[in-house]
Design a protein around this ligand. Structure first.
Ligand SMILES: Nc1nc2c(ncn2[C@@H]2O[C@H](COP(=O)(O)OP(=O)(O)OP(=O)(O)O)[C@@H](O)[C@H]2O)c(=O)[nH]1
Ligand code: SF4
Ligand code: SF4
Length: 305
């Protein structure tokens, strides 16, 4: 098929067109964060991982339907030693990004950029080593490695680097201003992304008041932009850009959900929070992928309505 032609855009029964794939390449991770949602995957200890060829076949087919953005996540995607190889064999897309905890990023940032990765999101919930240890169940020294990872990502041009800060009431919510200052230190190469906790891990006591956070950001912002994806708000505050990801009980967020997910076991996942409607794609060839994509998209229902 001629790649420049978009055949049959993938539109779900609720009129949401799919423009992006979010591919979780592994469940493995070198941290164990207290809020980890494992990308909504309820099968986190499977032995095999989605193969490079399945990813390439899927992306090739999805591209013919107008998908132009890819997000790679995990677990921790850099746990896969063939991650750079996967990126380098992908067809050209509008944007290819990865979400990482940053611990192993410093040494690989330049290779990733050379392989074709456009940008990264890096978890940074706190600037305090002791809090970092508590939140990630890792060593406090790893925070320095994350800082090196952020530095090298900017140096390699994996920008804008988004710093993912999951807001945890009483734990790190006092650090928002410090994080804004940190982001300003990188001028426009780094964006702060505040994330509302998805508390299905039994840690509801950390849930923040999202309305209050939104009001606070609005009161500080010179301008506010609404992104197409999830209708997320982006605030510009004295030279720092801040996005707020607010997925809880948010029908607007789900109404503007344009991503199809892929699990590390090689299944299309119509929604982060639903596990009984997956479509197996492992081993499918390019031709079969078109039909499998259509099946998964036909099963998409907004989680919040
Ligand atoms: N419920 C829900 N939450 C999401 C979805 N996408 C992202 N999130 C939340 O947003 C967090 C940050 O996601 P990232 O992997 O950094 O990527 P992103 O910010 O969504 O994507 P970009 O803006 O393209 O970088 C995730 O850990 C989730 O908590 C989604 O489709 N549904
Ligand atoms: S770094 Fe990400 S994948 Fe790893 S435990 Fe933390 S939240 Fe989960
Ligand atoms: S429908 Fe809502 S909960 Fe499901 S993946 Fe999309 S934004 Fe997330």
């Amino acid at each position: 098929m001629n790649d420049s032609v978009t055949a049959n855009p993938l539109t779900d029964p609720f009129g949401r067109s799919i423009s992006s794939l979010r591919i979780s390449v592994t469940d493995r991770c070198n941290l164990n964060c207290i809020y980890c949602h494992h990308e909504g995957n309820d099968c986190v200890h499977a032995e095999s991982e989605i193969s490079k060829q399945t990813i390439l076949n899927l992306v090739g087919a999805a591209r013919c339907h107008g998908v132009n953005k890819l997000k790679f996540s995990g677990g921790e995607p850099l746990m896969r030693s063939d991650f750079e190889e996967i990126i380098s064999e992908l067809p050209r897309m509008k944007n290819i990004s990865a979400t990482t905890n940053g611990v192993m990023l410093a040494d690989r940032a330049h290779d990733l950029k050379d392989s074709g990765l456009d940008r990264v999101n890096i978890s940074l919930d706190t600037l305090d080593p002791e809090r970092y240890r508590y939140i990630t169940n890792g060593s406090s020294h790893l925070l320095e490695r994350v800082m090196d990872g952020i530095h090298m990502a900017v140096d390699a041009g994996l920008v804008p680097v988004k710093l993912n800060m999951v807001l945890l009431k009483g734990l790190n919510d006092s650090e928002i201003e410090d994080m804004l200052d940190f982001v300003r230190g990188y001028s426009d190469g780094v964006v702060l992304q505040l994330i509302e906790l998805m508390d299905f891990n039994g840690i509801p006591s950390y849930r923040i008041d999202a309305d209050a956070i939104e009001q606070y950001l609005a009161s500080r912002a010179k301008s506010i932009i609404t992104r197409k994806m999830h209708r997320r708000k982006k605030y510009l505050i004295d030279g720092a850009a801040v996005e707020f990801v607010r997925p809880i009980d948010n029908s607007q967020f789900c109404a503007a959900c344009n991503r199809l997910r892929v699990t590390p076991q090689g299944k299309l996942k119509p929604c982060l929070l639903v596990n009984d409607n997956l479509v197996d794609i492992e081993g499918a060839d390019c031709r079969q992928m078109h039909e499998l994509l259509r099946t998964a998209v036909s099963r998409r229902v907004p989680f919040c309505r």
